[in-house]
Design a protein around this ligand. Structure first.
Ligand SMILES: Nc1ncnc2c1ncn2[C@@H]1O[C@H](COP(=O)(O)OP(=O)(O)O)[C@@H](O)[C@H]1O
Ligand SMILES: [Mg+2]
Length: 229
């Protein structure tokens, strides 16, 4: 079954041109068509500026497309009312970023538990969940530390743990190994693959690392906002 169907998608950004006192248009994506099957792992590859992050943010319900449709399990995402789109972002997708985006002044445990607290979930249940996932991601002994006390690979594993707290169906990862050395990158990819299989997730990874691509079922290559392969 297809979890995503992307049809005729384009994205135009408008920016102010102060000198000319007018708006400039920049077409970041055009004619994007693809599908993603449930529990598939795909990677989106392309040069810097080719529109990868824009595409991931559109799939994640963060950036609306200019034209075209994104179907998630058959529903047109951007026809959802705001509340439903917010619920989609909160319950269906987990985001992972190149720079981890952990909050510096919170412990690793508090960083991970934050989405559950924002969702008003029971604290004891939430702590159990954090412990279980932290064990799988091999950061259980780091829960009381602060982000600066962890290596890049450990911080990314904490960020993955946080992304999994709401049991999302889809993990959207934007260059998840971009700041990591080869061996940490390999560990992160192994863990992502284990989690995908164990918890039956769909995984969409933006990368320009061929090692990362080699773990994926399929590759979508984009160049200047268009799919070339
Ligand atoms: N919010 C924005 N406003 C204007 N232009 C943007 C915005 N976000 C991205 N862009 C432009 O769109 C293009 C694609 O960006 P992005 O999706 O971040 O590419 P990638 O992730 O492949 O590096 C770039 O030229 C970038 O400068
Ligand atoms: Mg990017």
């Amino acid at each position: 079954m297809d979890i995503y169907k992307v049809h005729g998608l384009s994205k135009i950004y408008f920016t102010e041109d102060r000198n000319a006192l007018k708006r400039r248009e920049f077409c970041a994506l055009s004619d994007i068509e693809f599908t993603v099957r449930t529990q598939e792992c795909i990677c989106i590859m392309g040069e810097s500026g080719s529109g990868k992050t824009t595409l991931l943010n559109i799939l994640g319900g963060i950036v609306p497309p200019s034209t075209g449709r994104v179907y998630y399990k058959g529903d047109n995402l951007y026809q959802y009312a705001n509340r439903k789109l917010e619920e989609y972002r909160r319950t269906q997708v987990g985001f992972i970023f190149q720079d981890y985006k952990l909050l510096d002044n919170l412990s690793i445990e508090d960083n991970i538990i934050l989405p559950l607290m924002l969702d008003h979930q029971n604290v004891d249940m939430a702590l159990k969940k954090v412990n279980k996932m932290a064990e799988i991601l091999n950061i259980k002994d780091k829960l009381s530390c602060y982000p600066y006390e962890l290596s890049g690979g450990q911080q990314q594993r904490a960020a993955i743990c946080r992304a999994l707290m709401n049991d999302p169906e889809v993990i959207l990862a934007d260059e998840p190994t971009g700041n990591l050395d080869d061996s940490s990158a390999r560990i992160v990819m192994e863990l992502l693959m284990n989690i995908k299989d164990q918890f039956k997730k769909t995984l969409i990874i933006v990368t320009h690392d061929h090692m990362v691509a080699s773990w994926c079922d399929r590759m979508i290559q984009i160049e200047l906002g268009r799919i070339i392969k």
